[in-house]
Design a protein around this ligand. Sequence first.
Ligand SMILES: Nc1nc2c(ncn2[C@@H]2O[C@H](COP(=O)(O)OP(=O)(O)O)[C@@H](O)[C@H]2O)c(=O)[nH]1
Ligand SMILES: [Mg+2]
Length: 470
Amino acid sequence: MEAMSTADTIAAIATPIGTSGIGVIRISGPQALDVADKVFRTKRDSVKTFPSHTAHHGKLVNPSTGEPIDDIVLTVFRAPRSYTGEDVVELSCHGGIAVLKTALNAVLQSGARLAEPGEFTKRAFLNGKIDLAQAEAVNDLIRAKTDKARRVALSQLDGALSLQVRAARDRILGVLAAVEAAIDFPEDVDEPDPCWLESEITSVRCALGKLMQTFSTGRIYREGVRVVITGRVNVGKSSLLNALLRHARAIVTPIPGTTRDVIEECLEIKGIPIVAIDTAGLRPTQDPVEQIGVELAQRTLQSADLALLVIDASQGVLDTDAEILRQLEGRPAVVVVNKIDLVPPEEHSLIVDECRQKLGPQLPVVLTSALGGLGIEDLENTIADVVEIAGISDAAAGETAVVSNIRHQQALGSALDSLDQALATLRSRRPIDLLSVDLTAARDALGLITGETATEDLLERIFSEFCIGK
Ligand SMILES: Nc1nc2c(ncn2[C@@H]2O[C@H](COP(=O)(O)OP(=O)(O)O)[C@@H](O)[C@H]2O)c(=O)[nH]1
Ligand SMILES: [Mg+2]
């Protein structure tokens, strides 16, 4: 993204390209009303006279020929009472590919330029309508695939996180002001009372520490628990993914080595957002494509919050199964004994015993038949239990501030480090100047979250992840 000026007027299609009831083109900037005026015809006045927050029915036309393009509703939001804080006009067209492309061209011909990804939200940030954490929440909200992710994003958009971060930052600023006054005017201003300093810094540290603790849950809410389905070839991993999803997503065949790619799908188990990941079966192979799949699968294992180790009931526990378990390096795991339909019921408990013996007595074991949909609910209950035990779930998101973004977590971490440093400085009775350095660092780290200290590079990185039109 090149450097953006807010002096020009931007436009983009804000809805997905396809066929739908309506499709919206959004225009923002000082010329938004002029641009809209060139492409909109009604019997009544010009767009430039329309009051803010009003909607108008009329024709969208080609600005040079006057030829009608679509029958639309135009909505006006005048600065500063709009999403971006600038004049905004939204054209609600019919949601067809040709309609929207032609309509956008007409708007671009009339003096607007195509918006960069996230540029509307970036303008909202630059114009002080929202802070950086709230801007990021907009993207999280759009991308939320589960209800919990949606709630976390919405609470962040509402400012729950920003409020706490800003409260901490304000307290640090208060302490910093007292410290700097004593440094700048040593004759007139006394050094602040060390007890007061210590209690202020400790109290901010405590609040931020609590916020930090919400991250493990917050990340899960935002990104989902990564559950990797692993095991040897042909044991039914892909079938198990399909069974959990309750529809055929991954290709299933009797041919070993069918799955080569990593397939990720989002689902919810008892309200917990899960990213279920199907991988290639782990085996040595000469096939170069499958080899890449196996390497990918091994790498994916390293990112797992939980692994489902699938074994084939008709074959029992093999050495390779134990070897795969070792590759998990102590990650939470559930043993899934699949194809249980191939084994007579009286032998089921023997298989469970065998798993406990060869794989570990503490591992939960679930018997399934992915083909018949047997044991899938058991498996879901077990997954939910393990996730709760591992402390990956719980906490009532939505009302309280939750840190869900790793960028925020890192900034909080460095603020906490600086506050610890400040406390150490204070306790060792070193010069007060050093304290000011630590406090400034803590203040700036928190400013990265809400955006006060964000660099242009950081903004570019964040907004380039948005879609065009948001
Ligand atoms: N009898 C039986 N066959 C299964 C079951 N699950 C999968 N299969 C079969 O096992 C073969 C391999 O399944 P697939 O899901 O592709 O295994 P993957 O290689 O581990 O992904 C296919 O022919 C499936 O139909 C099951 O629960 N019972
Ligand atoms: Mg497979």
